[in-house]
Design a protein around this ligand. Structure first.
Ligand code: GLN
Length: 286
């Protein structure tokens, strides 16, 4: 690596041009702004104003290696190990899916319907995003979060500790277990389970397929609703009388999920679109 300058504005231009061919210009600028912010603490505005700011050797080195990782399409969030979700800055690693803006919308939908002290279950919690955001907004609620991956649970616990949020974390496979949570009832059962079919994988970008945990994303082509079915089975026992289920769903499976929920005796079913206009959420009440 040879940089003949340590001026922020020059280094910035060099790094942005290094990303050309890998990302479009807009994406490159945003990625480099974010990296500089992460490594120097300078906001985007400060970066623009302090044109004569000089980077230290170690800052340049860190930026250089981060750009190398971006060229392999590693998501920025795995490089910084941070992801913003609602009012929280969550730790994320390759063990968990990077929380998506759609999932923030799911939290908003649920939050609008929350009473102050409900019992909530988040199935497939990953980084803990949904569970943590709701507990943060509703401190009197009682929140349980389940994930099959022990490493994901460790990350979620770390995030809970950071914000001092008391959540009951359980490492369990929802497809296998019939014993978890015994007779406990929940007012809201929530899940953003894996829902991308293997055949849809081909259309996905390398930053997702090469880096994010497969287990959190994909379902077999011949059984795409497997998680919803198991969660609805589970809800038969664990959903309280006036409780509701809230799902994030595959945009192409709205009708099938509606039908499945109907079979389970849900009569008030709503399928909602996300901010991109895609069918993304299913809500059901018996
Ligand atoms: N929305 C995610 C994606 O498109 C998938 C999340 C999931 O499978 N639950 O990458």
């Amino acid at each position: 690596m040879q940089y003949t300058t340590n001026l922020l504005s020059n280094i910035k231009d060099i790094l942005i041009s290094e990303l050309s061919g890998f990302y479009n210009q807009n994406e490159s600028v945003q990625l480099i702004n974010s990296l500089i912010h992460y490594f120097t603490g300078l906001s985007r505005v400060q970066q623009a104003l302090k044109k004569d700011y000089r980077l230290s050797e170690s800052e340049i080195l860190k930026l250089h290696f981060a750009v190398k990782r971006l060229k392999k399409f590693e998501p920025l969030e795995y490089i910084t190990n941070e992801c913003e979700f609602h009012d929280l800055t969550l730790t994320v690693t390759k063990d968990v899916l990077i929380p998506r803006p759609e999932t923030e919308e799911l939290v908003d939908i649920i939050a609008k319907e929350m009473e102050v002290n409900e019992t909530i279950l988040d199935i497939g919690t990953g980084s803990g995003a949904i569970a943590l955001a709701l507990k943060n907004k509703f401190p009197l609620s009682s929140v349980t979060a389940v994930d099959i991956s022990d490493s994901a649970i460790q990350i979620a616990k770390k995030n809970a500790k950071k914000y001092n949020l008391n959540i009951d974390f359980i490492c369990e496979d929802i497809l296998a277990s019939r014993t978890i949570l015994e007779n406990k009832k929940f007012d809201k059962i929530i899940s953003n389970p894996p829902y991308v079919t293997i055949s849809e994988k081909e259309q996905m970008k390398p930053n997702v397929i090469d880096w994010e945990p497969e287990k959190a994303l994909f379902v077999p082509n011949n059984n795409p609703l497997i998680f919803y079915q198991h969660i609805l089975d589970f809800a038969e026992i664990h959903l309280s009388k006036n409780g509701k289920v809230y799902f994030e769903i595959n945009e192409n499976k709205g009708n099938q999920i509606h039908e499945l929920m109907h079979c389970y005796g849900y009569h008030k079913i709503t399928i909602l679109k996300d901010f991109r206009g895609k069918y993304r959420f299913a809500i059901g009440k018996k």
